[in-house]
Write a protein that binds this ligand. Structure first.
Ligand code: OAD
Ligand code: ZN
Length: 235
């Protein structure tokens, strides 16, 4: 069983999504804030945006959807892939999360490229590398950048092997993450979508749960997952 999550799963925790009503990319231009060029041009502007998001998310807690997935992993063979950088899956107890777009809670040195965990809120700006003193950046994937190769490969492999592939709260517009659902579909998985609205993924989903993640994830688990008991307790 494989689950791919997007910003919508954290919406009910109070984390803004990117697209749609109240979405971050409605008020802010992604190209001014989430590209390597933007960071080279104005690191303070970019850091202010990320420091603001860290502060906002530091005040948010995992919701019932995050918690249900953490619980599901304890009784099934579940691979959890997320596009989210908010860390709420881990806060809910999920481990081995494949973070396709990195994490707000990790920094990376722009010179020596080492990464380290940093949960300081507020963050002293601009943050620097503890070893070489160079400017640090958020360890997230920006537009125009490659996804972490090993993480993406693991995600693709799990999509090919999936019996059930559930997409939760993602607009399905950003590649290569959106392509994972298509891979799963082509390789014969039952594709499930949970979203408050229809998306390009709805076209080939075998099952669409239209509604908020906090209600629909537990409904999906009781209806579909419980009906596929061979997916539970693999050991
Ligand atoms: P989007 O903001 O594009 O889409 C959020 C999706 O969640 C939409 O389809 C909403 O309909 C849905 N949604 C909103 N509230 C929901 C709820 N309560 N329950 C269920 N669904 C809900 O977010 P992503 O698809 O995650 O990348 O965006 C993908 C990537 O684009 C992000 O990782 C980010 C962004 O630019 C980078 O920054 C690199
Ligand atoms: Zn360094």
């Amino acid at each position: 069983m494989v689950v791919l999550t997007g910003a919508g799963i954290s919406a009910e925790s109070g984390v803004p999504t990117f697209r749609g009503a109240g979405g971050l990319w409605r008020e802010h231009r992604a190209l001014d804030l989430a590209t390597p060029e933007a960071f080279a041009r104005d690191p303070d502007l970019v850091w202010n945006f990320y420091a603001w998001r860290r502060e906002l998310i530091a005040g948010c807690t995992p919701n019932a959807a995050h918690l249900s997935l953490a619980d599901l992993a304890t009784r099934s063979n579940l691979t959890l892939i997320t596009q989210n950088v908010d860390g709420l899956h881990q806060a809910a107890g999920s481990t081995n999360v494949l973070e396709l777009h990195g994490s707000l809670w990790r920094l990376r040195c722009t010179a020596c490229r080492q990464t380290w965990a940093d949960r300081n809120v507020p963050l002293l700006l601009p943050p620097t590398c503890p070893d070489c003193g160079s400017l640090a950046r958020p360890d997230v994937v920006w537009f125009g950048e490659q996804l972490p190769r090993a993480t993406l490969n693991a995600a693709k492999e799990s999509a090919r092997a999936a019996a059930v592939f559930a997409c939760i709260g993602t607009s399905g517009l950003v590649e290569p993450a959106a392509g994972l659902a298509r891979i799963a579909h082509e390789f014969g998985a039952q594709v499930v979508e949970i979203n408050v609205e229809r998306t390009p993924l709805s076209a080939f989903a075998d099952r669409v749960y239209e509604g908020p993640a906090t209600a629909m994830v537990s409904r999906w688990i009781s209806e579909v997952v419980a009906g596929n008991l061979d997916l539970l307790d693999p050991e």
